[in-house]
Design a protein around this ligand. Sequence first.
Ligand code: GLA
Length: 450
Amino acid sequence: MYIDQLKKAFSQAYPDSGTPSVCRAPGRVNLLGEHLDYNGLPVLPSTIDREIVIAFCPRKGGIIRLRDVDTRYPDVEFANTPDIPPSPAGSWENYCKAAVQGLNRHCELDCSVGMDLLVAGTIPPAAGLSSSSALVVASALAYLASAGLTLGGNISRIELAALLAEAEHYVGTQGGGMDQAVILLGEANKACKIDFNPLRIETVPIFRDYSFVVCHSLVFADKTGSARVRYNEGPLSCRLLRAMVERQAQRTFGDEIQITRLADLWFGPLCLLNSEVEALFRETFPRPTTTLDDAARLLGVSIDTIRERWIGDLPEPSGGFPLQARARHQLSEFQRVESGRDLLIEDDPVGFGALMNASHTSCATDYRVSCPELDRLVKTSREAGSVGSRLTGAGFGGCTVNLVATTQVPDFCDWLKREYYAEFSAPPTFALTPADQQLLVVPSEGASHF
Ligand code: GLA
């Protein structure tokens, strides 16, 4: 029904276009493993049964016309060229441009393909549920089909996921590869343990008698807006962290050692144990904060070189970067992902919930990506009966994910209505229906074209 309506709306929006096809890409919720993917460390998300759908039709002449059924997103038209100029940061069309440019480069397409697109969707925006990467993936599927290429035939899902993770940097965020991978490779009723470099996915069953409930904090974490700058502090400061850890590892193990990603500590030539990584972090970051002077001394380079190579114009916090705590989060969260995968397989929701709770504490105190509303929502959710609650996605607002006995979900939701939603309200521009504030999510199939 919903697809038929979208097709009808497409023909009204583009009366001069042909009969549309449709593709869809689900959102995702991250269960464990926050802010690890850009360091190449594993993560544990699942798809959700909320999605972006696009009705589309190829057109000749390399012009791409983009519309959303929600008129808050302005109509856009742009030319398909080898270097598509980005619209101002925060513009929604940049996600579509990112996909088209990424595929042009990777598949050596000649940019003569155009298309008409009409976007609709059910993923609440700015919620940490990856509506933006779902738009990138759905745009990519539409463009592949418009160019006469097939997923599986001309490009594999794994290859597409890896290339779109890179391509999305076009919008100005320095994200990792989690979202595109789970959106393309997720399966119904399964969570995904994702490893990187090379990208590998293991699907694992979700709990039999427990459900994941996603709750919106009503703080809007728009990663195209102000949250983008805060988000990028993570990847940028981790570049400095990695460089310093590499230097320290060279001192300890020999100058030939290279740590290209933090994950190389475990999976690279050194194959360190967690306790050895912990010791290396302790040696590299003996104090809670690291000033640029400290970093320059360890690395034997100037501050200008540090900026040029790793952190750009990332401002130095007064007192220095909190790299000791950032490193601690990477190590502890990595261990939680590894154990979480096992606990899913063992169907141990209580053990998994304890890991979710510890993850939230680490995200809030060590990685500092929470906010008072998320902390309050997590606390209230535990009082309401969840066995585990944590922020999910980039943080700074958006949603929490909560593990709740399926029979208790209605009571859990009522409790939060009384104890959280009665007090907080969404800014009017983002008015969310109650159904979008509390979502009982079920993992759905990965993105598809039909
Ligand atoms: C965003 C990014 C992901 C990941 C998460 C935090 O969703 O797009 O790549 O870094 O934040 O875990």
